[in-house]
Design a binder for this molecule. Structure first.
Ligand SMILES: NC(=O)c1ccc[n+]([C@@H]2O[C@H](COP(=O)([O-])OP(=O)(O)OC[C@H]3O[C@@H](n4cnc5c(N)ncnc54)[C@H](O)[C@@H]3O)[C@@H](O)[C@H]2O)c1
Ligand SMILES: O=P(O)(O)OC[C@H](O)CO
Length: 340
């Protein structure tokens, strides 16, 4: 059992903190709003993010960052990707030297195109070798109900990954280790782009054939970019790749899917993000991925069309026509070598 700090009391941070506390770890959840701290400590609920859910009674919340961090052997960052760098900067002065740093954010920093573990390594250089990415198919709404879930903890340091595995794993939350940090992080980030596109296409009344095509060709372009960046191809057929793609693209729990669906109804992106009231990582990740695909010279037609719809006001139906009428090609033309 460890002393654990969780930063970010949104849906996922609250669900993960509850799992950690239930597993017997002394767990403190950092929330910025005092009202959230009081609600969690008094009623063991977080109604805004996880309506009707009961949290582990031993979970303690606090709005005092230094108090939450100082004694922690494991620090888990669960803030939106664009807030990770700033949060890491605030945390650095209070970290114990050997703490394991876990993050569960799925995105890319839009300003730098960096993955989350790269951002953490830059901001927490003393802990750069102890960083772990937690990812995989995991809707907070299901984890808090103790529905069976399997995730991955990826790290260059297998000892750090095993510490995270032991803290989180229990009878309904199964945790696998992996050393392919690039593949796991890119799988988690890029599936949100495909989920947005799937929500959009479902709203345009695509049938099952079209959705299956979108997921399959989406996975192909996710793997192509990941491979170009140094990921192992097989990671994309694991939990962090196809696993999370299925969960996110087929579930009404997914904020990314729902955001895409709302856009198909003619709503503007800004309005959708306000209505959602929670982070929709796929939006910024589409922006970052569009540029990264050009940088790595990787063809990503679904991402490219989605970018045009989100940021250049392209009509979704025109985007679909353009996607379907590209040049003829072989299905495995651009598949990455080593895919099994
Ligand atoms: N919700 C899920 O089921 C789920 C599952 C797996 C991974 N994730 C990932 O976890 C990350 C967080 O998602 P979420 O669902 O918890 O989001 P959320 O919108 O439910 O909550 C985000 C939380 O972060 C806090 N926050 C926002 N900006 C902050 C800042 N600058 N400093 C500190 N705290 C800040 C907010 O107050 C809020 O408590 C995302 O990257 C998401 O992709 C979510
Ligand atoms: O609700 P979403 O779309 O952010 O997805 C949540 C998780 O990443 C699913 O694994």
């Amino acid at each position: 059992m460890k002393n654990v700090a969780v930063l970010g009391a949104g849906s996922w941070g609250t669900a993960l903190a509850s799992v950690l506390a239930e597993n017997g770890n002394e767990t403190r959840l950092y929330a910025r709003r005092l009202s959230a701290v009081q609600e969690i400590n008094t009623y063991h609920t977080n109604e805004h993010y996880l309506p009707k859910a009961s949290l582990a009674p031993s979970l303690q919340a606090s709005a005092n960052l230094s108090e939450v961090i100082r004694r922690s052997d494991v620090v888990v960052f669960v803030v939106p990707s664009q807030a990770l760098r700033e949060t890491a900067r605030q945390v650095r002065p209070y970290l114990k030297p050997n703490s394991v740093i876990v993050h569960a954010s799925k995105g890319l920093e839009v300003r730098t195109f960096k993955r989350m573990s790269q951002v953490l390594a830059e901001e927490l250089p003393e802990h750069a070798n102890q960083i772990v990415a937690l990812t995989g198919p995991s809707h907070a709404e299901e984890v808090i109900q103790k529905l069976p879930t399997a995730v991955v903890v990826a790290s260059k340091d297998s000892h750090a990954a095993e510490i995270a595995q032991s803290c989180f794993m229990n009878s309904y939350f199964r945790v696998y280790t992996n050393t392919d940090v690039i593949g796991c992080e890119m799988g988690g980030a890029l599936k949100n782009v495909i989920a947005l596109a799937t929500g959009l296409c479902s709203g345009m009344e695509f049938g099952d054939n079209g959705i299956a095509a979108l997921l399959t060709r989406g996975l192909a372009e996710m793997a192509r970019l990941g491979f170009a960046m140094g990921a192992q191809p097989n990671t994309f057929v694991g939990l962090a790749g196809v696993g999370d793609l299925i969960a996110t693209c087929t579930s009404p729990h997914s904020r990314n899917w729902r955001a895409g669906n709302m856009i198909s109804q003619g709503k503007k992106l800004d309005q959708v993000l306000v209505e959602m009231g929670m982070v929709v990582e796929g939006v910024k990740t589409t922006e970052a991925t569009y540029t990264m695909a050009k940088h790595y010279q990787v063809e990503m037609p679904i991402t490219e069309q989605l970018y045009q719809v989100l940021f250049a006001d392209k009509c979704p139906r025109k985007a679909l026509t353009d996607l379907m009428s590209r040049d003829k090609t072989h299905e495995l033309q651009d598949y990455v070598q080593g895919w099994s």
